[in-house]
Design a protein around this ligand. Structure first.
Ligand SMILES: [Zn+2]
Length: 243
């Protein structure tokens, strides 16, 4: 297959990357036969945002449960992607922070006795929770910047580098890939907290730390793989303005 050189706003066949610019929109791709109408930017209708589009929860559900159906319909909309990514980052940061409450409440010298004491321990843990949420959030933003740089400039996607808009849409939607790690961490903390609470002979904290680091490393790898796979999948995606 020979692919002609690609200009910035060329319309590509989203199946094979053939340049469709100037061809009849009612026709089919000369290379693979896919109807050109299916490659038009307007064929992508799934977008997070205002009234006419889907909510964060339903887009998250679509992307996580049926990515094969959702990704080809995901619109290349930088603004919507940024808003979606931001909301996901905030959610992941707070879930990570929430997962630490159980650890806080079982610190040997502060074991709560009764419901009121338990509630007061939760409140005492709030500053710690917000601190962890903030650190996690900033960390996610840094990872986002690294991923953008990587996807735009280093990922070898032929026949061209991913356009700016497509890179942003890919990276901002891949923030969802942090969720499994967050859930795993919360489960690990809860399990550890429960075991530590039931025992009085004390547990080795470094074992807990090793678990956290392992979960962190796993999450990082999973997220990076998702970014690469999604970038590959979007290598021929057409942003609005392609003609
Ligand atoms: Zn084609």
């Amino acid at each position: 297959m020979t692919i002609p050189p690609v200009k910035q706003f060329d319309l590509l066949c989203e199946n094979c990357g053939y340049v469709l610019s100037g061809l009849d929109r009612d026709g089919a791709c000369p290379e693979c036969g896919r109807p050109i109408a299916q490659s038009l930017p307007s064929a992508r209708t799934l977008v997070f945002g205002a009234s006419s589009s889907v909510s964060w929860l339903s887009l998250t559900r679509e992307l996580m449960i049926r990515p094969d159906r959702a990704l080809p319909r995901l619109r290349i909309d930088v603004k919507a992607a940024r808003a979606f990514g931001l909301r996901t980052n905030v959610t992941v940061a707070f879930m990570t922070a929430l997962g630490t409450v159980t650890i806080w409440r079982v610190r040997g010298d502060e074991r709560p006795d009764g419901v009121l004491a338990f509630i007061s321990t939760i409140f005492a843990a709030l500053p710690l929770m917000f601190g962890i949420a903030l650190i996690t959030f900033v960390g996610l933003l840094v990872m986002r910047l690294i991923a953008l740089k990587f996807v735009r400039e280093l990922l070898p996607l032929r026949p061209r580098k991913l356009p700016e808009a497509v890179s942003r849409v890919v990276v901002d939607h891949c923030t969802l890939a942090w969720f499994p790690g967050t859930l795993l961490l919360a489960s690990w903390n809860t399990l550890w907290g429960a075991v530590a609470y039931a025992r009085t002979d004390g547990l080795v904290p470094c074992f807990w730390s090793i678990g956290c680091v392992a979960i962190g490393a796993l999450s990082l790898v999973f997220w990076a793989v998702c970014v690469v796979l999604m970038a590959r999948r979007f290598r021929f995606a057409n942003a609005p303005g392609a003609y």
